[in-house]
Design a protein around this ligand. Structure first.
Ligand SMILES: NC(=O)c1ccc[n+]([C@@H]2O[C@H](COP(=O)([O-])OP(=O)(O)OC[C@H]3O[C@@H](n4cnc5c(N)ncnc54)[C@H](O)[C@@H]3O)[C@@H](O)[C@H]2O)c1
Length: 437
């Protein structure tokens, strides 16, 4: 069996590798960072996610995954090569596709055993794959096959996609890629490379829009005395709308949504298109951490010289990724207001924090503060008993930036609870229960 080669062993590359190994393929992983390959050879994944160590160990043993620090060795015999290198945002909002160009240029030098299909899986501005085709098309066919996984459940999502999108100019090249995933039996969309790029960017833009919509509804609820959990649940049950991503919080962070919305907004602005929703989505999101901080400030009076316990630093639960984490931005803002922070995250044990902040490995130690701020939706935070951590919180204030704690339980422990778009005296549980009959 000819191997599949993955170029770039980050979040997406690793999920592709392990997902394809689960489907029975032999997969070669190559990364430009040699240390990452050395560690992977020793069974150490580049990031944390539930179950990742086990599945990596399993396929190191089955021999279906192998790691290479030489691209020629990794790619020479491959029938399909998946490129999953980073495409970070530049300061002006445009996507930096230099790493992708470098990867494709390196591939154009490889003496392949047979002509392979190269699938770009990184998120790119529309037109990028067509633009880069000339780099490799002497030796390979180039398709665009976007990734839709969520960090925290990356391998699972790779294996259970809602759809498989393949953008290609030649059907055979698209089929060579799609065959890798044929066991998944998911809706398959063959389209142009540009359309496939637009599907990816605009899917992320819509998800980001839903989050910003939920945050605006939460602001409305705060002002009117409504309960955004119930309101958004009531909206989300409408199948035309759908309940996922319709939850308020501190806003969307992470390596994708902001970057991808800024990138598509940049593309539109370069074409003098006056599109409104992308920038509105970002404006709402920028305001959201400030709203959560204002809630804390309202309760505390001043934040200067206060110690704030923070639960959660990762941009979402289930990962140690702090790229563009809004929790980090909030910790920075707290420092600028003169507050000290003691931060606990179950997965994040190293992060660049302001001088007045420190990480702890104990949730209880973080709660030994003037007030507690919850910034990542780790389920265990909701499971902690407020009667145990509550007595450590000197001013008895809990600001739940993720609406993950049970307000009644927290309040019953003698704490003042403040959520996002949540009434301070929430509806009794029994009313919610009646609605489920
Ligand atoms: N992280 C996500 O949740 C997610 C989801 C869907 C799509 N994406 C997109 O997928 C792409 C990759 O994202 P990621 O989060 O996996 O990034 P990442 O930074 O975790 O991983 C990128 C990897 O590529 C390697 N790399 C960079 N240049 C290289 C080169 N020339 N040759 C070989 N390796 C190279 C890096 O060393 C790194 O290991 C991005 O375009 C991102 O927008 C990410």
């Amino acid at each position: 069996m000819r191997p599949v080669c993955i170029v770039g062993t980050g979040y997406v590359g690793m999920a592709c590798m392990l997902g394809l190994a689960e489907l029975g393929w032999v997969v070669h992983g190559y990364d430009i960072v040699r240390d990452r390959i050395d560690r992977l050879r020793r069974g150490i994944p580049p990031y944390r996610e539930p179950g990742l160590d086990e599945i990596l160990r399993k396929h190191a043993e089955t021999g279906r995954v192998r790691f290479f620090d030489d691209l020629e060795d990794a790619a020479r015999d491959a029938m399909v090569i998946v490129v999953a290198v980073g495409t970070p945002a530049r300061d002006d909002g445009s996507a930096d596709i230099a790493g992708l160009r470098a990867a494709l240029e390196a591939l154009s030098e490889v003496e392949f055993a047979v002509r392979p299909t190269v699938a770009i899986r990184s998120t790119v501005p529309p037109g990028t794959t067509d633009q880069f085709a000339a780099l490799v098309e002497q030796r390979c066919d180039l398709v665009y096959a976007p990734e839709f996984l969520r960090e925290g459940s990356a391998v699972h999502d790779f294996l259970h996609p809602d759809r498989i999108v393949v953008g290609c100019t030649a059907p055979d090249a698209g089929l060579a890629y799609a065959r890798l995933l044929q066991g998944l039996e998911r809706p398959l969309i063959f389209t142009s490379r540009r359309n496939a790029e637009l599907i990816k960017s605009c899917s992320n833009a819509f998800l980001a829009l839903k989050i910003s919509f939920a945050n605006e509804i939460a602001a409305l609820c705060d002002s009117l005395g409504g309960e955004s959990d119930d309101v958004l649940r009531g909206i989300g049950y409408d199948r035309r709308i759908g309940g996922e991503f319709l939850r308020p919080g501190i806003g969307f962070g992470g390596p994708c949504f902001e970057k991808d919305v800024r990138s598509i907004e940049y593309v539109a602005s370069q074409r003098q298109l006056d599109l409104q929703l992308f920038s509105a989505t970002l404006r709402v999101n920028d305001a959201q951490p400030r709203r959560v901080l204002q809630s804390l400030e309202r309760e505390m009076g001043t934040l200067a010289a206060a110690t704030i316990g923070v639960w959660g630093l990762a941009f979402k639960a289930g990962t140690d990724d702090v790229r563009d984490s809004l929790a980090l931005r909030i910790v920075d803002s707290l420092a600028r207001r003169g507050a000290r922070t003691v931060v606990y995250d179950p997965y994040v044990h190293v992060a660049r924090l302001p001088a007045a902040s420190r990480l702890t490995t104990s949730a209880l130690e973080a709660a030994n503060a003037d007030a507690l701020l919850v910034l990542t939706e780790w389920p265990q935070f909701a499971a902690y008993d407020p009667t145990e951590y509550g007595p450590s919180i000197r001013r008895r204030i809990v600001v739940d930036g993720r609406n993950i704690l049970d307000p009644e339980r927290v309040t019953a422990a003698g704490l003042r609870y403040v959520g996002v778009g949540r009434e301070s005296s929430p509806c009794p549980k029994r009313l919610t229960a009646v609605s489920a009959i």
